[in-house]
Design a protein around this ligand. Structure first.
Ligand SMILES: [Zn+2]
Ligand SMILES: [Zn+2]
Ligand SMILES: [Zn+2]
Length: 271
């Protein structure tokens, strides 16, 4: 690689948590208390940044400003929204003021087409500050330094995931249960699968993977490496929210499954 003409490109995990930040303010279980004592085990809501020639965010949750400051990311060129849930969109409002203060160009925001209506109502104040691009499964968004292929996930009616085509291929399926067949085919050639593992275990149907189901699905693919994200670190059993794996148990699971990693806030991959 010629460093003069091509800048290093990184995929940065801004957050690796599920719908609630870890520790949960309402929970005193052993996992939440472990996270209170060990800052490295804290998690903000799942999102990533691709930082190269441009900065592209995938999702903008309620922790966005803290995440950008922590990772020293001082500008945003593009945002891709995977679906319209609080933990993925509640930080969007924060991108308005920096544009006035720093004179940024409008941010390009890519949103599944049926969800663009939200920018007519609660986010109407961003109208002048963003350029809205409706997207669909099958689309390929071509940024100067990376191609992003949009694929359907099994989470909400319009939820999407992304396959990043760079030096390596990374499939990012942040909120999903077993993906549609077409998506399974498309992620086949990826080098890394980043996959939802919201629950450590669950005894009912939900539109998310649990850890073992996510590992089982990954092993049906030929993808050599898997990073689990959107981690609540809790179980849902008998309609109760209870502690999941502690840190030592997660490390043991990684050892038992070579190629498997649990994401953490601040994890960086060279892509
Ligand atoms: Zn989510
Ligand atoms: Zn807890
Ligand atoms: Zn969701």
């Amino acid at each position: 690689m010629n460093m003069d003409t091509e800048r290093a490109k990184e995929l940065i995990f801004l957050g690796s948590g599920g719908p609630f930040a870890l520790p949960h303010f309402f929970c005193q279980c052993v996992v939440c208390n472990e996270a209170r004592q060990s800052p490295l085990q804290r998690r903000t809501r799942a999102s990533i940044a691709i930082a190269g020639e441009e900065v592209t965010l995938v999702d903008a949750g309620p922790d966005l400003e803290i995440q950008l400051e922590r990772e020293r990311i001082g500008n945003i060129d593009n945002i891709i929204i995977t679906h319209w849930h609080y933990d993925h969109i509640a930080g969007l409002g924060a991108i308005g003021y920096p544009q006035i203060m720093c004179g940024w160009d409008p941010v390009d925001v890519y949103v599944p087409e049926n969800l663009t209506c939200h920018f007519d109502h609660e986010l109407a104040f961003l109208k002048e500050r963003i350029i809205l691009h409706p997207i669909h499964p099958g689309d390929i968004i071509r940024f100067p330094d990376i191609d992003c292929e949009i694929v359907k996930t099994s989470h909400t009616e319009h939820s999407i995931g992304i396959i990043f085509n760079s030096k390596i291929r990374v499939a990012y399926l942040v909120d999903t249960a077993l993906p549609p067949e077409d998506t399974c085919r498309k992620i086949g050639g990826a080098d890394i699968l980043v996959l939802d593992a919201t629950f450590d275990s669950i005894d009912t149907e939900w539109r998310h993977f649990a850890v073992q189901d996510a590992i089982n699905f990954w092993k049906t693919t030929s993808i050599p490496d898997c990073i689990l994200t959107h981690l609540s670190c809790h179980r849902w059993e008998n309609s109760r929210w209870i502690a999941g794996f502690n840190h030592a148990e997660r490390v043991a699971l990684e050892k038992q499954n070579p190629g498997l990693r649990f994401a953490y806030d601040g994890l960086r991959l060279q892509i």
